[in-house]
Design a protein around this ligand. Structure first.
Ligand SMILES: Cc1cc2nc3c(=O)[nH]c(=O)nc-3n(C[C@H](O)[C@H](O)[C@H](O)COP(=O)(O)OP(=O)(O)OC[C@H]3O[C@@H](n4cnc5c(N)ncnc54)[C@H](O)[C@@H]3O)c2cc1C
Ligand code: SF4
Ligand code: SF4
Length: 456
């Protein structure tokens, strides 16, 4: 088995916070790039720390865990991207204001509330605004619909589980946890080791995941909107704009400007940092991840990034159900949702670019590591450089965009120039990347097509 120390020293830690929970020789800290990272307090770590780490435990991967958890569920099917699944849906919550308050269709918080209402759990573990002045968001425990709704929306922000796991350890209650795929995998691995955690975490709601951001993302968004990093209080990453398509959303940043409280709403299309394809401020670990749809969660929700749904700015979810209790819940409260059962391929299609980056792209990144003779995690995808030349340039470009975004943000802070430094630093790198992503032959082909069809 690979070791947790290889993960940490190789830069593959996603900062989930599960290893410090099982091993006092490890701790969490926020690094200079705004990412939670595990740190080694001594050289020796227990085997259990390596067994619970989602990047160290390559043998106990999502296929193996998924089979163990869902393999014997009646009617279960399997797909390479979705993992195990019973049914797949597209839809949204219709009651309780969950959709208005949510990032997309509001089904994640709606489901958590229904698990509470149906007395399936006593509390919900999810990410909410933090009262600790050092971070904007953290994992917390909610016990009422109101408390759950106060924590609506996606937090593209560093979070970790160690403190909330201490809470679970000290409270003999039933919990549902909401999390991104690698965090859910880490919890499942922990549950293999720790009976009390296994007995208490009754359900896992997964979020589809493109990648996780360092705290620089929130700071940079707010800074470009007119609030200095040291005066930002909070960023709502998914502020819905009336009458705009779902993917044309804004951010809402709050803080202090010229000594007065300020609130700014800025469409993400006007910000230089929000193109998800560029992957600014991404954790390096995300480049070595192959689970897009939280394959070990009881149910997973994401955005329906699909023609026909994207135009509805109120937001729509894709849903993958793996646990029959969740199916029963959807049925029992069906009057509170608008759900359409859809072919599983449609859900896969809704995440096509994320999947390509984590299949074809991952295989090439693994090849690059192997070629350099560097340790890297064991993945379900094999290393290869047998992919088209322009795609190699795209994936190399994305690594550079990720790395340089941190350098550029430090430069923006140190130079005193602010985000104009950032934009200037990133400019040529973005230009080269765009050229690779949209090569000359493709531009010519598009032009010829336009001329032939008379649309120019
Ligand atoms: C880092 C990240 C990357 C994502 N990438 C994609 C993507 O590539 N494609 C896609 O389709 N969807 C992605 N999502 C999911 C998407 O943004 C929505 O969260 C999802 O569609 C659920 O929307 P909703 O309206 O049902 O959720 P809501 O009803 O708004 O509920 C969201 C719930 O999730 C919890 N939560 C928010 N952020 C986090 C977090 N970081 N960790 C754990 N819990 C959290 C909240 O506390 C809340 O309980 C991502 C989410 C995150 C956090
Ligand atoms: S990914 Fe999680 S378990 Fe692995 S080293 Fe980092 S904090 Fe520890
Ligand atoms: S991309 Fe993978 S590793 Fe990164 S946060 Fe999402 S699930 Fe975790």
């Amino acid at each position: 088995m690979d070791r947790v120390s290889q993960v940490i020293q190789g830069g593959y830690c996603i900062g989930c916070g599960v290893c410090p929970f099982v091993d006092a020789s490890l701790a969490m800290r926020m690094d200079e790039d705004g990412k939670y990272q595990a740190v080694e307090l001594s050289q020796e770590h227990s085997d259990i720390a390596s067994r619970v780490c989602p990047f160290a435990n390559g043998e106990y991967n999502e296929d193996v865990l998924g089979k163990e958890i869902f393999g014997s569920v009646s009617g279960i099917q399997h797909d390479d991207v979705l993992g195990f699944y019973l049914k797949t849906y597209i839809g949204h919550a219709v009651s309780g204001g969950f959709r208005d308050k949510g990032s997309s269709g509001g089904l994640v918080n709606w489901m958590a509330s229904k698990l509470l209402a149906a007395d399936k759990v006593d509390a919900v573990i999810h990410v909410k605004e933090s009262s600790d002045g050092n971070v904007m968001y953290s994992y917390q425990v909610s016990r009422s619909v109101q408390e759950i709704q106060n924590g609506a929306k996606s937090k593209y922000y560093p979070i970790e589980l160690s403190e909330v796991l201490d809470y679970v350890k000290n409270h003999d209650e039933r919990f549902v946890v909401i999390g991104i795929p690698c965090f859910i995998k880490a919890l499942r691995l922990l549950e293999e080791e720790d009976e009390s955690i296994r007995n208490r975490i009754k359900y896992h709601i997964g979020l589809v995941c493109g990648h996780l951001k360092s705290s620089f993302f929130a700071l940079a968004e707010a800074w470009e909107s007119g609030i200095d990093p040291e005066h930002v209080k909070n960023v709502d990453f998914r502020y819905k704009l009336p009458d705009r398509p779902a993917n044309d959303y804004a951010i809402k940043a709050t803080g202090i400007s010229n000594g007065k409280p300020i609130e700014v709403v800025k469409p993400t299309r006007e910000l230089s940092t929000t193109n998800w394809g560029y992957g600014y401020f991404k954790y390096n670990a995300c480049e070595y991840c192959d689970d897009v749809l939280a394959e070990t969660a009881d149910v997973t929700c994401g955005d329906a990034w699909l023609p026909g749904y994207q135009s509805d700015g109120k937001g729509t979810n894709v849903v993958v159900v793996r646990n029959s209790d969740i199916l029963d819940l959807l049925e029992k409260f069906s009057s509170e949702t608008q759900l359409e059962e859809v072919p599983s391929e449609l859900v896969v299609q809704s995440q096509s670019s994320g999947v390509r980056h984590r299949r074809e792209g991952l295989s090439y990144r693994l090849h690059l590591k192997d070629e350099a003779g560097e340790w890297r995690p064991t993945k379900r995808v094999s290393a290869t450089d047998n992919i088209p030349r322009n795609r190699k340039r795209v994936y190399e470009g994305r690594i550079q965009l990720m790395n340089e975004s941190f350098t550029a943000f430090h430069g923006a802070q140190e130079s005193g120039e602010g985000m104009s430094f950032f934009v200037r630093h990133m400019g040529p790198i973005v230009k080269a990347y765009k050229k690779a992503d949209n090569p000359l032959w493709r531009r010519i082909a598009r032009k010829v097509k336009r001329i032939l069809s008379g649309t120019r």
